[in-house]
Every structure is written in structure tokens, then in C-alpha cells.
Design a protein around this ligand. Structure first.
Ligand code: NDP
Ligand code: HSE
Length: 437
């Protein structure tokens, strides 16, 4: 390897906060690829310290670098803080302190960014520091930089994708084996795909944080996790999966972020996370296992798709290292990365106004006039029916109804009223439909 040429002989000193699944891979790559990273950054990138909760549990790491005092490491003589601990506090305080002192921050912490991105960005801007977070959404996939930089001259209208590997693994397995949700979650935990506490994944919190980050970047507005309508996958039954299969569809947990233009021309943002049926021919349907994939639609660019490993130590470390090189370059050459862009300040549209399509399965009494009664309820709520399929059983009939687009509120009210009808024995499954024009 040829000798690294550095700008004014300086070194970029890095504090690594957290050395777990992702942090340990970052530390490894920083050490193993030190020469290449220095060549790309324009100066050696040196690990100045590693903060962990229990230093005695890390015999693999150089003792002189280890500390349990992350706050003191942040305050020490470092240029960049790489945060891979996770959660809100005390991390938020440490990162704000670092940014206010002009130290750049690289983080993979979607939970923090989805709530406090504005505060962190303001602190970074005030001090002229960088805040990079490519690894926070979709792990290794270069997605946030394209949204922040490559597509900065375009008008993005929609970002829709699979941004949680755990739930995608579970839904893919349910689809291929026919097993139910509980069995599949157990298998996912046994194989190490689901975390010991899978709540953030299966209840959609992780995907909602990512949707908030994506919507903020795509639509130049501030969207937080609490603005995102969220439903998880615990209610997805093997019946839902079979019903989707029977219609040439599959079930995915999608994050859907849209720019919505009202009839009077005013714009707003819609951001939601919930299970949906998509056609098997849709590119997202083929994304199996723990992989992530995100569809972006922009006025000039058209449709783009980003695909790859959305989690895991090494894949996520790749995104962190990419950010670290960018931040180090900026420090060495005196530039800055992109600042927060929230100039559009679009409001978030209430979820109940979102136009969507429903797939509804009902067990109904099998006698004349039942279909007409059910159809009447749809009409009363101004929900147009796109397709109806009926299968007879002994004394009941199984009715599958797919609607055209209607506001979420009208669809919810329709399902509620149908559920109370004497002729309806059971509302077996209700699922939204996406990806069909
Ligand atoms: P881990 O739980 O594996 O690691 C967390 C690390 O933080 C551990 O080294 C732990 O120390 C350390 N830590 C915890 N509390 C403190 C504290 N108070 N002071 C100092 N150190 C502390 O997390 P991951 O590596 O999985 O995730 C890190 C971040 O990356 C999170 O924000 C996560 O959301 C994000 N992320 C993770 C992905 C993944 O695939 N795992 C993918 C994309 C993003 P100790 O080792 O002593 O316990
Ligand atoms: N728990 C997350 C997932 C990790 O399953 O996708 C990546 O953020």
C-alpha cells in the first residue's frame, strides 16, 4: 500500500459509543482498513476511545481504548462521535453536547432521529458540524444520501418499502410455510432474526421511526414517529396470508410515505406503516427473508428501487463507515455535508383521510339478498366495490370484497357496520391493498 497523503498531517480522532452488533464491526473495519480509509478521507482516521456499558465483557478490545464513561469520551479531544448504543437518553444529551462543541456525529439511531432530528440538526448547523445517519434506515442500502443529495433537484412524490427485516422474515416464512404468526415468530427468535424483545419490530415501531426519517428527507418537512400511523403484524393470520395467495397477492409490512395534493392544490404528507396485500408481480413481493427494499417515485427520475441487507453487524457498519469517511473528509478539507432541509414544512395529513383500498373477507349467511344488503352498506359509505368473490360452504358463504380507493375513515366505518349485521357471521380478515392501479 502506498503511503497515505494527509492534509496538513492531521488525524481525525473518533469516539465510538457502543461496541455491540454494529459497533464491533465498525471497530474491526476501522482497524483492518485503516490505510484505505485514511487514503479516502485524506487523513488517518484514528479510534480514540470506545465506550461500552460493561468494559470487562470486552476482552477482545484494546484495554487502553475502553471506557464505561461515554459522556467523558465525548467531551475528550475527539473530532467525530460515532454513536451505536441506541435509544433516546442518555444518548441524546451526549450527541447534543458533541454537536454544540462542533464535533461531527455519525449515528444509526433511528429511534432518536425519528423524534429529535430537528433539535440535533439545529445544534449541528449552529456549530457547523456534520450529522450523518445513513445506517438508521435500511442498514447497508445507500438510501438516505440519494434522498438528501442525488434527488435534491427532483420532486419526490412517494417512498414505499420494506424497512424492517424481522417482520419481513416472519411474513415471508408465513407465506412459504403456511405456519401461523406465533409459530413463525418463535422460529425467527430461535434462528436469531428476531430480538429477545421483538416488540419494536413486530408492532411496527422500528418501521415507523424509519418512515418518519424517510418522509422528512423526501418531502423537506419535519415528520416525527408520532406523526406516522402504525400497525404491526401481530394481527396477520394464516387466513390473511392464504386469502392473499388465493388472489395472487402476498402480505408485506410496508412503510408508505406520500406527498398528497388536495383538490385546492395544497400539499401535505401522509406517512403510515401497516401490513398490506401486494400483487405477487410487484417488485416488493419478491423481497424475501430479512432483506429490505424501498421504492422511490420522483417527478423527473421516475421509479427507483433500492434493495439490500437492512440489518446485521457488517452490512450496517458499511453504511456507518461510509458516513465516517464523508465526515472525516469534510473536516480535513473544510467542507460540510448537507444540512437539514425542512423548508417545505408540509403538514402531516390525518390518517383517516388517507385514500386506501381494502380487501375484506366475510363469513355470511348463504341466502338470497345477503350480497345486496352487504353491498348497500358499502354504497351508504360511498365506498365503491371493485371485485366480489363468493365460495359456498354448507350453511354459510365466504365473501371476499375488494374495494376501489376510498378514505380510510369511510372504509373503517363500513367494516364496523358490516360487522354488526345479522347476516354477517364473522369479519374474517381486513387488509389494505397496495401496488395495483
Ligand atoms: P447492541 O445492543 O448490540 O449494542 C449496544 C452497545 O451499546 C453495546 O456495546 C453496549 O455495551 C453499549 N451501551 C449500552 N448502554 C451504554 C451506555 N450507557 N454507555 C456506554 N455504552 C453503552 O446494539 P446494536 O449494535 O444492534 O445497535 C446499535 C444501534 O444501531 C442502535 O441504534 C440500532 O437501532 C442501530 N441499528 C442496528 C442494526 C442491527 O442490525 N443491529 C441495524 C441498523 C441500525 P455492552 O457491550 O457492554 O453491553
Ligand atoms: N430490527 C431491525 C430489523 C434492525 O429487523 O430490520 C434494522 O434496523
Amino acid at each position: 500500500m502506498s503511503e497515505v497523503s494527509t492534509v496538513d498531517g492531521r488525524t481525525v480522532r473518533v469516539a465510538l459509543l457502543g461496541c455491540g452488533t454494529v459497533g464491533r464491526e465498525v471497530a474491526r473495519l476501522l482497524t483492518e482498513q485503516a490505510d484505505e480509509l485514511a487514503a479516502r478521507a485524506g487523513a488517518p482516521v484514528e479510534l480514540a476511545g470506545i465506550a461500552v456499558r460493561r468494559p470487562d465483557k470486552h476482552p477482545e478490545l484494546p484495554r487502553h481504548l475502553l471506557t464505561a464513561d461515554a459522556g467523558a469520551l465525548v467531551e475528550s479531544d475527539v473530532d467525530v462521535v460515532v454513536e451505536l448504543i441506541g435509544g433516546i437518553e442518555p444518548v441524546r444529551g451526549w450527541l447534543l453536547s458533541a454537536l454544540r462543541k462542533g464535533k461531527s456525529v455519525v449515528t444509526a439511531n433511528k429511534a432518536l432521529l425519528a423524534e429529535y432530528s430537528a433539535e440535533l440538526s439545529e445544534a449541528a448547523d449552529a456549530a457547523g458540524a456534520d450529522l450523518y445517519f445513513e445506517a438508521a434506515v435500511a442498514g447497508a442500502i445507500p438510501l438516505l444520501r440519494p434522498l438528501r443529495e442525488s434527488l435534491a433537484g427532483d420532486r419526490i412524490t412517494k417512498v414505499m418499502g420494506i424497512v424492517n427485516g424481522t417482520t419481513n422474515y416472519i411474513l415471508s416464512a408465513m407465506d412459504s410455510t403456511g405456519a401461523n404468526y406465533a409459530e413463525t415468530l418463535e422460529e425467527a427468535s430461535r434462528l436469531g432474526y428476531a430480538e429477545a424483545d421483538p416488540t419494536a419490530d413486530v408492532d411496527g415501531y422500528d418501521a415507523a421511526s424509519k418512515a418518519a426519517i424517510l418522509a422528512s428527507l423526501a418531502f423537506h418537512s419535519r415528520v416525527t414517529a408520532s406523526d406516522v400511523h402504525r400497525e404491526g403484524i401481530a394481527g396477520v393470520s394464516s387466513f390473511d396470508i392464504a386469502a392473499a395467495k388465493a388472489l395472487g397477492r402476498t402480505v408485506k409490512l410496508l412503510a408508505i410515505c406520500e406527498r398528497v395534493t388536495a383538490d385546492d392544490g395544497t400539499e401535505s404528507v401522509s406517512a403510515r406503516v401497516h401490513p398490506v396485500m401486494i400483487p405477487r408481480s410487484h417488485p416488493l413481493a419478491a423481497v424475501g427473508g430479512a432483506f429490505n427494499a424501498v421504492f422511490v417515485e420522483a417527478d423527473a427520475a421516475g421509479e427507483l428501487m433500492f434493495y439490500g441487507q437492512g440489518a446485521g453487524g457488517a452490512p450496517t457498519a458499511s453504511a456507518v463507515l461510509g458516513d465516517l469517511v464523508a465526515v472525516a473528509r469534510n473536516r480535513v478539507l473544510g467542507g460540510r455535508g448537507p444540512r437539514e432541509s425542512a423548508h417545505a414544512a408540509l403538514p402531516v395529513r390525518p390518517h383517516l383521510q388517507t385514500p386506501t383500498r381494502y380487501h375484506i373477507s366475510l363469513d355470511v349467511a348463504d341466502r338470497p339478498g345477503v350480497l345486496a344488503q352487504v353491498a348497500h352498506v358499502f354504497a351508504a359509505h360511498e365506498v365503491s366495490i371493485a371485485a366480489v368473490r363468493q365460495r359456498d360452504r354448507t350453511s354459510t358463504a365466504s365473501l371476499v370484497i375488494v374495494t376501489h380507493l376510498a378514505p380510510e375513515a369511510a372504509l373503517e366505518a363500513t367494516v364496523e357496520e358490516i360487522g354488526k349485521m345479522d347476516v354477517v357471521h364473522e369479519v374474517v380478515s381486513v387488509m389494505r391493498v397496495e401496488g395495483e392501479d
